[in-house]
Design a protein around this ligand. Structure first.
Ligand code: DC
Length: 226
């Protein structure tokens, strides 16, 4: 296991639950960096499409990703040094990333990249995804599982895109199913994760709760003595 994981704050949960907003807010307060692992799966979907690789050919997909230069800096996903942050947010890449994420061979490659990203930052990272507390950093100092009812998440997501609510709700439902029923690293709370229902909370309230959990593990906001 990765010794640096003792400082990691893991934030898991389904789509539209507010993971990115919360992760960034917690990271800012701690003086940490935040990593959106979903951006890696989205970048994988983009690369597979650009290379015209068969998305069901696991070995070919893993080979494309093994050789790829992927990085994530200040909220920006870089593939071969190019900012793909907008290109990976289309509906079609969103759906493709969820399908690709079921491939164990691809997950192995991406999980290693995510661990390396955190290791070079001395383990000081807030990492968001679906399998962070269960698989990527099972030794994380703090594990949070954010959740909210599907209709609440769909309304939040619809507010961030130009897609209409019924369409967003259908897409989110499909992704929820794919993400939580796949055989490898399905979306699920770690046994030792603290579940937070974000339904009736503001982002700031959720961030404050996570920071409380961090304090409980000796991880203090920047500027406060540890
Ligand atoms: O968080 P997101 O919606 O950007 O993630 C896109 C897809 O990537 C999501 O449907 C499932 C997959 N994913 C995953 O399987 N494991 C992660 N740690 C992060 C994302």
């Amino acid at each position: 296991m990765n010794a640096a994981a003792e400082l990691v704050v893991a934030i898991d949960g389904p789509g539209g639950v507010g993971k990115t907003t919360v992760s960034r807010g917690v990271a800012r307060a701690l003086g940490y960096q935040s990593l959106d692992t979903g951006a890696f799966y989205r970048a994988a979907a983009l690369l597979v499409r650009l290379h015209r690789t068969d998305p069901d050919d696991e070995a070919a997909v893993a080979a494309v990703l093994s050789g790829a230069d992927l990085d994530y800096r200040d909220g920006v996903m870089l593939v071969e040094g190019v900012d793909v942050s907008t290109a990976i947010r289309t509906e079609s890449i969103t759906a493709a990333s969820s399908r690709l994420a079921r491939l164990p061979g691809l997950r192995l490659v991406l999980v290693e990249r995510q661990r390396a990203w955190v290791a070079v930052r001395g383990g000081r990272a807030v990492v968001e995804g679906r399998d962070i507390g269960t698989v990527v950093f099972p030794g994380a100092a703090v594990k949070v599982y954010l959740d909210a009812p599907p209709d609440v998440r769909a309304r939040r997501r619809a507010g961030q895109t130009s897609t209409r609510l019924p369409e967003v709700a259908t897409q989110l439902g499909r992704r929820d199913r794919l993400d939580s029923t796949r055989a490898t690293s399905p979306l699920a709370p770690a046994q030792d994760a603290v579940a937070i229902d974000t339904h009736a909370l503001t982002a700031d309230q959720v961030i404050a709760r996570v920071l409380d959990l961090c304090r409980g593990r000796g991880i203090e906001p920047a500027g406060h003595p540890a």
